[in-house]
Design a protein around this ligand. Sequence first.
Ligand code: ADP
Ligand code: MG
Length: 238
Amino acid sequence: MTALTLSHVYKSFGKVEVLKDISLDVDVGEFVVFVGPSGCGKSTLLRVIAGLEDATSGEIRIAGDVVNRTPPAKRGIAMVFQSYALYPHLTVRDNMALALKQERQPKDVIADRVAEAARMLNLGDYLDRRPAELSGGQRQRVAIGRAIVRQPKLFLFDEPLSNLDAALRMNTRIEIANLHKTLGATMIYVTHDQTEAMTLADKIVVLRDGRIEQVGSPMDLYNNPANQFVAGFLGAPS
Ligand code: ADP
Ligand code: MG
């Protein structure tokens, strides 16, 4: 089954065309990584999928349904940002519970899902703390927990590790890979880090200047880059 289908998606800001004819299929359970240089449109593409920006034209389907006119909260997606975007005045528990409270989920459902996410992310001892009392890595795990509790059909990650130091980046990357296995969820992950792309992806989408340059498995792209640009990005010797 297809988790996400993009058909000829374009996005302009004023006269500037930022996404150009993006077509892509993502299978259920797949881990897809978008790579490309700064400014090539990676975040815009995620925001269009999430519904935080409207596509100028083209069609977006999630689990078969056209969602172009569906508001973000109803798309069955959850997004994790580089900046965490936690509420400083709320505890870890309340940060994770907030979206579920807004959905008016029953209290026991909320408590169960928060406890389960905290267990998966080793945050059990931190539930009563506020974000200022956590390390950067712990804050990013809370942001991931906030996504997990919503049980989304599709996870979107926008450079989630780029504010972490090298050691934490590796640990958190491994946690995200484990989470993908445990949850069997579909994940789309933006990075400009080759190692993250090569180690996490089932499928890599290389973007350049708002267009898809090449799509393939890490080994496909490494061994058979379509051009010098892709080769340069994925570190294959030329
Ligand atoms: P990336 O995430 O790959 O670094 P972005 O998607 O953030 O790239 O940006 C792609 C291009 O779109 C950039 O040229 C950026 O300046 C432009 N852009 C992004 N958001 C807006 C916006 N809200 N208004 C105008 N231009 C934007
Ligand atoms: Mg970006």
